[in-house]
Design a protein around this ligand. Structure first.
Ligand code: 2AM
Length: 190
């Protein structure tokens, strides 16, 4: 199954982001973007891709251990940015060092469980709100509109393992469906 580890913001913070994203709808280019489905909004910690069922028990055990070593930490949704002309995202502020630590630990857990992970890349915390296939949509006005956004703070208290069901219907703009298959409390000290 296709899996990734993530931090899932709570409903109140997702509602704040939803209000912010609704404001962007009238901006130039907004109508040509594929807006991500709101129930699935998340910060990816480590993307694993297709994981063999045989690896799941060890993967779960190692992710549980990573969560149990890590202390809860504060986070808030913050501003916006883009990756080229393809991805519009909101970022995070707060204890980003601990978010990175949790991302490193989940990546290491997956690797040790035998999941073939991509080469380690610098972790760039982001929550994708829209994607564009067209190369002629300038995302900068949307990024500028998101820049002042500051969500309210919450305490990240859980590491989630999320399954991604890719759309099979062939309808244009169809989104993957995300299903949380396991979650572990962050109840460590480090
Ligand atoms: P993105 O939001 O920047 O696309 C589920 O696909 C999650 O895993 C998304 O948040 C996605 O990031 C992230 N991800 C990271 N690497 C990926 C990859 N190689 N393929 C698909 N998704 C990836």
């Amino acid at each position: 199954m296709r899996l990734f580890a993530a931090v899932l913001p709570p409903p109140a913070q997702l509602a704040e982001l939803a209000r912010e994203v609704d404001r962007l709808a009238h901006l130039p280019g907004a109508g040509r973007l594929r807006w991500t489905s709101r129930p699935g909004w998340h910060f990816t910690l480590a993307f694993m891709g297709e994981v063999d069922d045989a690896l799941l028990p060890d993967l779960h055990a190692r992710l549980a251990r990573a969560a149990h070593r890590t202390a809860p930490f504060p986070l808030r949704l913050h501003g916006g940015g883009h990756f080229g002309r393809a991805v519009l995202w909101t970022g995070a502020a707060g204890d980003l060092d601990r978010l990175r630590l949790l991302a490193d630990r989940t990546e290491a857990a997956a690797r040790r469980a035998g999941v073939p992970m991509d080469e380690h890349r610098a972790y760039h915390p982001h929550l994708t709100v829209a994607r564009s296939r067209a190369q002629d949509v300038d995302l900068r006005p949307l990024v500028a509109a998101l820049a002042p956004f500051e969500g309210s703070r919450w305490e990240v208290a859980e590491l989630a393992l999320v399954r991604s069901h890719l759309p099979g219907g062939g309808r244009p703009g169809e989104q993957p469906r995300y299903e949380t298959v396991a979650a572990w409390a962050l109840d460590g000290a480090g």
